[in-house]
Design a protein around this ligand. Sequence first.
Ligand code: DGL
Length: 267
Amino acid sequence: MQKAIGIFDSGIGGLTVLKELIAALPREHTIYLGDTARVPYGIRSAETVTRYSFENTRFLLAQEIKMLVVACNTASAISLDAVKHEFPLPVIGVLEPGARAAAAATGNKKVGIIGTEATIASGAYERAVKKIDPAIDVFSMACPLFVPLVEEGWFDNDVAELVANRYLAPLKARGIDTLVLGCTHYPILKGVISRVLGSGIRLIDSATETAKEVSEVLDKLKWKRTDGGTAVRKFFVTDTPARFEKIGTLFLGEGSLKAEQVRVGGV
Ligand code: DGL
């Protein structure tokens, strides 16, 4: 099918998911919506995050997408079921692929989850892991300072290491052997996180796992793009694009990024 894959996130973070999607499915057209006027979602109520998710989905559906990827961990944790129920297209979130990979990876059945305050408060990752294997002990930790650190470009310096140590020491003390990076921004902190945790703890990147799942679902539906020509990538944002375009390249790992400002819902 020639239509694009639609992806939304609260802002720039979902570009880590898009990056993995492009690596796994380079020929697919993509339309990315970053809700930069309303970021962060991670400190908002479930009701608000669900409303934002619905509005973002309506915008992307109007662009004629074939599938939706909710690339935001907070939106996936809080509103994925509601979005699936409300809209008539395949919807994939970042949470279940990460939870599945963690359950498969853990040897000692002790898994750590890190994410925004809203993601951790929702308990969604814990439920997803326990649904796969109730014997797994899940230890969760909200790491609210990680998002601003990454957006400031401080993802691999002494401050990042200090903050990572504070957040991760209690999880390490629990003896986890697997840690889920349950937020779009955290893959960028992989270096510092692995240094702080040491070599015995496996990191699960929800972005990579989600890209694998999208590919599998498209295969199953026989919906992969079959025509020739290069893939078209469109970027929309709800605030002015300058900051997104500047920091976005760090997340996407590609040259220049051009985004168009749009109105979604009330903003
Ligand atoms: N995209 C969000 C997430 O993955 C992080 C940023 C925010 O709080 O909106 O949870």
